[in-house]
Design a protein around this ligand. Structure first.
Ligand SMILES: NC(=O)c1ccc[n+]([C@@H]2O[C@H](COP(=O)([O-])OP(=O)(O)OC[C@H]3O[C@@H](n4cnc5c(N)ncnc54)[C@H](OP(=O)(O)O)[C@@H]3O)[C@@H](O)[C@H]2O)c1
Length: 320
């Protein structure tokens, strides 16, 4: 059992670690949890590559992190809501970079009104899952050149809201619900982790999914007052149901801790395909509203079916 928990920060988790010689590629790297993860890893000597869709924000964050830590910070523009952009970014990355040891699939969009990616996928499934599926495929040749490689996928406790509707992931035949959509996309992040572990684990590339906690970041940009009230009520009711007091929010440094733990903890070596929260591996649990991972998100058959569906949707095969 890890010594770290709910209140641990990214710096605390990385204390005593030497990440020099390691390259970490982080999506959503210029804001919120991604930026703090990058800063904390850079402070331990990692070469970090920040990815995001806005080059000026990437440049600003890269300069800030490099100035603060003295680490080598590169940037790579990629819009996860466009397969064309992701493929171009992949080619550029393979050209410019030597290897990736830690791939942190952190970017995400939450509860946006219905919209579509450049390729016509529903935005949350398309960005949070399919964009990262394609990007990971593009970057895998670099990951294969790394050492003690880990792929960390930022999921969410929001995965409790819904499974992946393999027969209708893009809401073609059902009414759009922004929270069901977020839940579906975050379940997909866990199933993708299971699928990656299944295919690449025996090559020494291990994959981890996680819930970072509840943290006030730009992720809430689409939330209305009504959504905030609903979320507070849900947290209170869930806590009451489980006989605990509401957990409350984490700070951004606390929110980045589980990512840093999943990327570096010695006790996780060789033990991928799991879902972590508060710097430990969460138990499988189908009823606890305050934690745990739902069985539909760890199910290998679901993971394989999602993998095949994702290959069909992006029009590309992704094999080990
Ligand atoms: N904060 C929480 O309470 C919480 C809870 C559970 C899970 N998570 C997960 O944690 C991760 C990080 O979120 P955060 O809280 O740090 O939020 P954040 O500050 O909004 O960061 C999300 C990042 O994703 C990027 N992004 C969104 N759409 C993109 C696209 N099409 N292409 C490339 N990048 C895109 C955003 O860039 P732009 O600013 O350009 O849009 C932003 O940099 C997400 O996966 C989220 O689901 C967060």
């Amino acid at each position: 059992m890890s010594d770290f928990g709910f209140e641990s920060t990214a710096d605390e988790v990385l204390e005593g670690k030497d990440l020099s010689g390691r390259t970490a590629f982080i999506t959503g790297g210029y804001s919120g949890l991604g930026k703090e993860t990058a800063r904390a890893m850079a402070a331990k000597g990692a070469h970090v590559i920040l990815s995001g869709r806005d080059q000026s924000k990437l440049d600003e964050a890269a300069k800030e992190i490099a100035d603060e830590t003295g680490a080598k910070v590169d940037t790579l523009a990629a819009d996860l809501a466009s397969l064309d952009s992701v493929r171009k970014a992949g080619a550029e990355a393979r050209d410019r970079f030597e290897k990736i040891d830690l791939l942190i699939n952190n970017a995400g969009v939450m509860a946006c009104p219905y919209s579509e990616t450049a390729d016509g996928f529903e935005m949350q499934f398309g960005t949070n899952h399919l964009g990262h599926f394609q990007l990971t495929k593009e970057l895998m040749p670099l990951v294969e050149k790394g050492e003690r490689q880990r792929i960390v996928n930022l999921s969410s406790r929001g995965h409790h809201i819904d499974r992946v509707h393999l027969d209708d992931p893009n809401f073609d035949n059902r009414d759009y619900d922004k929270w069901q959509s977020y839940g579906q996309s975050k379940t997909a992040n866990i199933l993708f982790t299971v699928g990656l572990e299944e295919r690449f684990g025996d090559k020494g590339i291990h994959s981890y999914a996680l819930h970072p906690g509840g943290i006030m970041t730009n992720l809430g940009r689409h939330m209305t007052e009504e959504d905030m009230a609903w979320m507070r009520k849900r947290m209170e009711e869930n806590a009451k149901e489980s006989g605990q007091s509401p957990q409350g929010f984490k700070t951004i440094p606390q929110g980045a801790a589980t990512t840093c733990w999943a990327a570096t903890a010695d006790e996780l070596e060789g033990k991928g395909g799991v879902y972590c929260e508060d710097c430990h591996v969460a138990p499988q649990d189908d009823t606890d509203p305050t934690g745990g991972v739902r069985s539909y998100a760890l199910d290998k058959d679901n993971a394989n079916r999602l993998w095949t569906l994702s290959e069909q949707l992006v029009g590309d095969s992704f094999t080990a």
